[in-house]
Design a protein. Structure first.
Length: 112
């Protein structure tokens, strides 16, 4: 999973072209989720021990981390859509109600 995060996720930070297979996509999604979750938990715990100011600093650090994974997250989603034969613009369907369900179905489809 570390290798997928390094190569597919952060290694192709601004690469919106190409393809990402289903396995690499879901491993990167799991790794990114665990990274953000663990950092949020640890920083929240430390912030809780040290008081309100430390909690606010921890929240800012978590927001910075989330911003750091935003662009590669979008890039890997677009590459996954390319892998199933869809345009990257299909990502915008997530902005309408229940569009996320359509994207989830797309992400689970087999490669073409």
């Amino acid at each position: 999973m570390i290798n997928v995060l390094k190569n597919e996720f952060f290694g192709k930070y601004f690469d919106f072209k190409g393809r990402t297979n289903r396995k690499d996509f879901w491993l990167a999604a799991l790794g990114c989720f665990l990274l953000v979750f663990v950092c949020s938990f640890v920083l929240g715990f430390i912030g809780g021990l040290l008081g309100d100011t430390a909690t606010n600093i921890a929240m800012v650090l978590v927001y910075i981390l989330e911003l750091a994974v935003l662009i590669p997250g979008l890039a890997i989603e677009v590459r996954r859509l390319h892998d199933i034969g869809k345009s990257g613009w299909w990502l915008l369907i997530g902005l309408i109600p229940f569009g996320g369900i359509v994207l989830l179905v797309f992400y689970c489809m087999d490669s073409k």
